[in-house]
Write a protein that binds this ligand. Structure first.
Ligand SMILES: C[S@@+](CC[C@H](N)C(=O)[O-])C[C@H]1O[C@@H](n2cnc3c(N)ncnc32)[C@H](O)[C@@H]1O
Length: 495
């Protein structure tokens, strides 16, 4: 049945108007993933089920849920389904899907063409003229993915029920959770972006306050989950239990939607959300072993403890365009981009680079420039093919001869000390530490993007200033460093 549906999913997905697809965030779930998601619900001795499918598309997720019930996976006597789908051009397919199952299963389905956000908010607020939605026992969703503008009707509706969030997907999850009865279960496939970053902090707080995270599944390879659609985000499948007592969390991984190499481990919740983390980052450890960073008692300092800060490069080139120069000339100072990264340091100036090498020093630019000195810089963006996310280099003042100040362009993160340079060995120590494999791994546990934000770097734990200085001195003494050398060295760090 699901495989027949798979054919229509592909057909509808291919035929769909790209504009409509973008407008409604329409990416349909492949059969394998839908089945896996339905399989995550824990079976309990319940006879009745009220299932919410918010943003139902052509009904793939409901179908997978019903398929599991049909094959004996649940003990329900009856299932009531509320399927919300705003795009009425999909309703005929949705009706057909649910009717197929209705022929031999005891189901009552309601297809709702209204906007899920407004309907759910009205119901939760107890609006006199609105329909009261039931409290659901199960919710299964692959919600639309789209930014919510700050002045939009969706944003103000969500605020009425205390939900502050920036994307439709997180809004759908928060509302579905609010509509669940206690111990109700929610399984959703969503982008990983909610796990970190300041914008999703209220959403993280919202779900962590109301539910227990029971399971998270990560696809090892970006892009594999939604092959035909150009989905670049890394996706995660999450199972939440409303009002559940938080315990260990199961983390599973697979390369793709065939799940042939499914691996699964349990982790203490303290490894998922660190107890002392005010940002409530959600980490997804992909191996049961603790990595060096977690094991080392030497790595426990905040950047503030080190007396350091990290900022996004202050020179926004398109705003200072008229002051930029391809090559250095009198009156200019060096301007550094990620393009200046070489294998081991910084190469400047660089001919043939599409970006300028210099910026004029004058009254308009002065406030964006830092005094020449040693800095540790990290690229903000990497391409998805690149092996590493965190790539650090040391800026050595000797490379810029007598330049009094330097420009750091916005695609870099800069570690500094009150907007001034760092001691040489400290800059090297930081760079070595950030270039270790363990740091990259640790970073990937909470950041599914290719983007490295200054906030992410600010929230990580570091060795002490003294330890970093010793590490830097070691690196300076070694000359050429290899990945193995720095990874081995990290394991030996003590205070
Ligand atoms: C990512 S698709 C997933 C569809 C289906 N659940 C699946 O897994 O194949 C999200 C669906 O939500 C629908 N949608 C978008 N905004 C909506 C809204 N405000 N209310 C109800 N449905 C909405 C879209 O039309 C789209 O079909």
């Amino acid at each position: 049945m699901l495989s027949e549906l798979e054919q229509s999913r592909l057909a509808v997905s291919r035929a769909a108007d790209p504009k409509r697809k973008a407008q409604f965030g329409q990416f349909f779930t492949p059969a394998g993933i839908a089945r896996f998601m339905a399989g995550l619900f824990v079976q309990r001795p319940e006879h009745r089920c009220r299932l919410l499918d918010a943003g139902a598309g052509i009904g793939f997720l409901s179908a997978a849920f019903l398929g599991r019930w049909a094959s004996g996976g649940f003990g329900f006597q009856r299932v009531e389904i509320d399927a919300f789908e705003i795009d009425d051009s999909l309703h005929p397919y949705l009706i057909q899907t649910l009717e197929e199952y209705g022929r031999y299963l005891n189901i009552v389905s309601t297809i709702r063409g209204d906007d899920f956000i407004h309907t759910a908010v009205d119901s939760l607020c107890g609006n006199l003229f609105a329909e009261t939605l039931p409290r659901y026992t199960h919710a299964i969703l692959n919600p639309p993915y789209k930014k919510i503008r700050s002045n939009s009707a969706h944003r103000s509706a969500l605020r009425r029920v205390g939900i502050e969030t920036v994307n439709l997907y997180s809004a759908f999850v928060a509302l579905s959770l609010a509509l669940l009865e206690d111990y109700g279960q929610l399984v959703a496939i969503i982008p990983r972006s909610f796990c970190n970053g300041p914008y999703y902090r209220p959403f993280r707080e919202y779900i962590l306050k109301r539910a227990a995270i029971r399971h998270m599944h990560l696809f090892a390879s970006r892009n594999k989950a939604f092959k035909e659609d150009d989905v670049l985000q890394e996706n995660i499948i999450i199972r939440l239990e409303r009002s559940g007592q938080q315990g260990p969390v199961t983390i599973s991984t697979s390369t793709d939607d065939t799940f042939t190499d499914l691996a699964s481990h349990e982790h203490l919740f303290a490894r998922i959300v660190f107890p002392d983390d005010p940002e409530r980052f959600i980490h997804v450890p992909t191996s049961p072993e603790k990595n060096v960073i977690e094991l080392s008692s030497a790595i426990r300092y905040s950047l503030a403890d080190l007396g350091l800060n990290v900022s996004t490069g202050p020179v926004v080139d398109f705003r200072l365009k008229k002051h930029l120069r391809d090559m250095p000339e009198p009156g200019t100072v060096p301007l550094l981009y990620p393009g200046h990264f070489s294998n081991s340091g910084i190469q400047w100036p660089k001919t043939g680079m599409k970006k300028p090498n210099a910026i004029q020093r004058n009254a308009d630019t002065e406030k964006w420039l830092y005094p020449n000195g040693f800095y540790c810089v990290v690229r903000r963006f990497s391409s998805k093919e690149e092996k590493r996310r965190i790539i650090a280099r040391v800026v050595d003042p000797a490379a810029f001869a007598d330049a009094p100040v330097l420009g750091f362009e916005n695609h870099l993160n800069v570690f500094h000390q009150n907007r001034c340079g760092l001691p040489q060995a400290l800059a090297h120590g930081l760079s070595v530490f950030l270039n270790t494999t363990a740091i990259d791994e640790q970073f990937r546990r909470f950041n599914g993007h290719t983007q490295v934000n200054a906030t992410d770097l600010r929230l990580m734990k570091y060795p002490s200033r003294d330890t970093l200085t010793v590490l830097g001195a070691w690196a300076l003494g070694c000359g050429k460093l290899t990945q193995t050398m720095i990874d081995d060295k990290l394991g030996t760090l003590t205070e």
